[in-house]
Design a protein around this ligand. Sequence first.
Ligand code: ZN
Length: 257
Amino acid sequence: MSTPPQQHPAYGPAPGPGAYPQAPAPGPYHQAPASGPYQQPYHHAPGPAPCQICGAVPAAPVTVRGHQGMLVIMRFLKREGVFCRTCALASFRDMQADTMVLGWWGPLSVLITPFTLLANLGALSGIRRIPEPVAPGFRPPLDPGKPVFKRPAGILALIPMGLLGLAVFAFTVLLGIGLVTGGSHSADHPTLTVGSCARNDATWPEQDLAPESCDSSDAELRVTTPTDDSCAAGDYLAYLEYSEDGHTSLCLHRLKG
Ligand SMILES: [Zn+2]
């Protein structure tokens, strides 16, 4: 609002009285916002923000994390900002290598560190998508140095990571064995007790037995104890896994039909 009075005198004298009312009046007014174009390139330049560290473009938002375990206490580290590919790679490698050495030294840290390292691998895939710097910045970018596994830290870290991998592998195997052996016992099959009743949901001679109240019309079988290790004529021998300990023979006496 204060600009027109200033620009009027400036514009006014030059074109003379004729142009005075038309051109300058709307002119400066329209140019004031239009002189935005003057500022816009200026505003747009930081649009594709340059690297915070070296000023190079292109750059992109990057977050890399670190972890330090110190027996009881631990530190969560984070380096976050808009970085060019080179500076981001340097940050990733430093954080990753430090975490690989300093990350393991605590009971919780042993668990946190693998997740930190994995999260950084996710960040790395993002970093790899940043194009190489095209316009250099106001200072040289950080030195990315050697890849993590070509550093002593990365080589040392193979020991805890190998042990951890072994532990996870062993746990998975044990869990698998537990499911296989435990599963064939009571986990899959209900337990039948002598004197109770059951029904068979499968077709004989297959057995898919389920306990059933003896009063129920669905009860087909009564569970009995074998005499002299054999079941009475016409009775079935239940699969061993239906007994309480998984080793006892049980007979199934048909209630009907
Ligand atoms: Zn940079």
